[in-house]
Design a protein around this ligand. Structure first.
Ligand code: GRG
Length: 300
């Protein structure tokens, strides 16, 4: 059996995050965006965050041979989409959160209308960034952008958010319903991050199927762990205030199956993610496996 090398996923993710931050710091500058709108967009875009989604896109693209610098704008565009979703999620009409990543949420720092528009602008600019990708065949760029649109849209993250609202406060929610909601709300954009990177790099259909399986399982484990961390309150590594996502009537993995069973599920799901990519070797594959393991370790 092939022995895979474990790498320090936290450190490597940090390195990816630094490169992503460097790009994000400049991507809205000198574009003639009016000051208050740009400030509101950058306030949330540059407020920290693990940069997991761009890191996944970059790592999968690099695994299949695409130059890091070529992928960077596309990978960062996914972080613009993630940031818009967080801004809108915090709005009074949604979760009505005053804090995000330990700072006032966007609408508290600016105002509600500005926060809505900053989110709208981030989402729209993201597709501009994607479609301006250079050094990759246009057909691949279009296919990758379509994958991200699907993952972020009505059949992906937005649909998941809608389902989440429908399930909140509902009694007798089944595990399968919770899983479906999270596979859309959280999993779809994570899977799209992996898949779009692989598509940009020209991966084969067989490889894409493995990448999808990896992304789906990582997305699911990520959400289970997020739910566990909300319960145990150990958010130190995430820089998130303790209990920040506690919601009234929210159905979570621990509330449905208990803490121990949730931990077991996360371990099992990550094993599936690693199984999907067992045939891959090299620096990026080692990182992607270690990253999957790291996601679960945070829960313990
Ligand atoms: C409003 C359209 C719309 C969608 C909102 C992503 C989302 C859907 C809401 C955010 C709330 C939440 C807790 C979602 C679960 C997914 C999740 C754990 C998001 C946070 O992602 P991280 O941990 O965040 O990658 P950082 O801060 O590291 O960027």
């Amino acid at each position: 059996m092939t022995q895979h090398r474990m790498v320090d996923a936290k450190k490597t993710l940090g390195n990816y995050g630094q490169a992503v931050n460097d790009y994000l710091e400049t991507c809205l500058a000198d574009r003639g965006i009016m000051d208050r709108l740009r400030e509101s967009m950058e306030y949330s875009l540059l407020a920290g965050g693990k940069r997991l989604r761009p890191a996944l896109c970059l790592a999968w693209a690099a695994h299949f041979g695409l130059d890091f610098n070529v992928t960077m704008p596309f990978a960062c565009s996914i972080e613009l989409i993630h940031t818009y979703s967080l801004i809108h999620d915090d709005l009074p009409a949604m979760d009505d959160d005053d804090l995000r990543r330990g700072k006032p949420s966007n609408h508290r720092q600016f105002d509600e209308a500005t926060a809505i528009l900053a989110g709208d602008a981030l989402l729209t600019e993201a597709f501009g960034l994607m479609l301006n990708t250079r050094g990759v065949a246009a057909e691949r760029v279009l296919q990758a952008a379509a994958v991200v649109a699907y993952g972020a849209g009505a059949n992906g993250m937005v649909g998941g958010q809608m389902l989440d609202m429908a399930l909140t406060g509902k009694a007798g929610v089944e595990l399968a319903e919770l899983q479906r909601m999270h596979s859309l709300k959280t999993g779809a954009l994570i899977t799209a991050s992996c898949l779009s990177g692989a598509i940009l790099a020209g991966a084969t259909d067989d490889d894409l199927a493995n990448v999808i399986a990896y992304g789906k399982h990582v997305g699911m484990a990520f959400q289970i762990v997020d739910d566990i961390l909300d319960v145990v309150g150990d958010e130190k590594e995430l820089g998130k205030p303790v209990g920040s996502d506690e919601g009234q009537g929210k159905n979570t993995y621990p509330s449905l199956v208990g803490l121990d069973e949730s931990r077991d599920m996360a371990v099992q799901v990550i094993a599936e993610a690693c199984l999907a990519i067992r045939g891959y070797s090299g620096t990026q594959a080692d990182f992607l496996r270690s990253l999957a393991e790291y996601i679960v370790q945070r829960a313990n």
